[in-house]
Design a protein around this ligand. Sequence first.
Ligand SMILES: Cc1cc2nc3c(=O)[nH]c(=O)nc-3n(C[C@H](O)[C@H](O)[C@H](O)COP(=O)(O)OP(=O)(O)OC[C@H]3O[C@@H](n4cnc5c(N)ncnc54)[C@H](O)[C@@H]3O)c2cc1C
Length: 440
Amino acid sequence: MKSIVIGAGMSGLCIGLILKKEGFEPVIYEKNKYAGGSFNSYRLKGYQIDTGLHFLTRAESGELPQLMRKYLGEDVFDSGFTSHKTYNFTFRGVSNPLPEGLGSLLKTNLFTRKGKIGFIRMFFDFLSLGRDGTESYKGYSPYDYIEKYVPDEKSFYFLNALCWMCSGSSLKDASLFRFVDGVIGGKTMKDFLPSPGKKKYPPDYYPVGGLKALPELFVRKGGLEVKLGSGVERIYTKQGKVTGVLVGGKRIPADIVVYGGLVSELPGLVDGLSKEEIRKFKDIKEYKAITLWVGFREKVADWKGESLVKVQENLGSPHWAVFLTDLNPDFAPKGHQLLGMSAILHKDKDEMVREMEQTLEEMLPGCSDKIDLKYVQVMRAEKALQDKSHPMWDLPDHRTSIRGLYLVGTDTKGYGNGGTLCADSARRCFERIREDSKVY
Ligand SMILES: Cc1cc2nc3c(=O)[nH]c(=O)nc-3n(C[C@H](O)[C@H](O)[C@H](O)COP(=O)(O)OP(=O)(O)OC[C@H]3O[C@@H](n4cnc5c(N)ncnc54)[C@H](O)[C@@H]3O)c2cc1C
């Protein structure tokens, strides 16, 4: 069967890799001159910066690392990656690492004693909600639960910071699905307890060549055929079935087409989608992140590869900062340091930049006279905001009403966000393709 993937973002590369290894001979068409979509790096005034601060989360159990181990080899992380140590959450000037399990949760100062008890009670409640099924908490935000269980300000603001980082919204606006289904899923208490041989809380990975090294690895090690600078202008169908695509004025036949661009733009590329699909696709809201990149002409701090997260004392997004030069010193001229600070863009951009500059001064007092690069980057953080009125299960399925046309990406159904969702949506998409290819 001849298959085509539209878009070489991380989702397109994930499904491309699965299709290739499962014998579907895919060709990937990408409109940009580089692969990776939102996973990219570029040079700026002697520094190498990424498209925002990114890590491959949950290196042991996460969907993206698992997919990479399965299809690129068990040894894929043996070289070319470095691990990110921890997130130090700071609240009112006091910093504590993110708890990694029950033991560190009981010890942390991020929660008050009452807050810890409330959090554990809430966790058990989430386990039972997960068993009752998604219908039992439709339309709820985490706030509806946290308000009941976590009575103090300190614990509340810490959970709010975590919520922004996991979902792109505050405790009040996020979807409870993200935490109950996305984290707890069909698990039981046993799955959360440490067991011999099982890592307690695995670190996150970072590709040492910068973010762009990840898509490059997929293409090189996966042997993927990617046509760069080749935007798909049209998807052709006949009698409700996909027949091919139009690229650079040329018609290319295909039995299977997987679309990995913005789902909201799909109705402009193909005829024959149902009214319900078009309504759903156009209803998807994306959201953006803001990153302040700062280059220092001399060493200003040693964070040893750890992140600092400033918890906001309101419902605003936290400020998350990492020295990229801790992960790879080559990202800056010799002796210089490069720091990135990201937050979810949720109010006026200039106001957010001012607040982030203030955070920078708090994190690194007196650093401003050593700055030789300051650059503000605004990027799409996720193609779909999964808030309480748009939970993940309301996102489009991977099978469309046109036979042979499938969807993949962070604006389709699946668990998590970012790379996790790229890999999970690709896995789900392939399940559909495999089911259907038995029928064709
Ligand atoms: C500041 C920031 C921090 C983040 N942190 C993390 C993190 O720590 N971990 C994590 O995993 N994720 C993180 N993310 C999110 C992650 O970058 C995205 O969710 C993910 O890269 C989206 O992948 P995608 O394949 O769904 O979409 P995209 O990357 O948008 O890929 C879609 C691709 O399709 C192409 N395309 C579209 N239409 C066509 C067409 N007609 N023809 C050909 N090509 C087409 C586009 O050019 C693009 O390359 C972060 C994002 C930001 C901005």
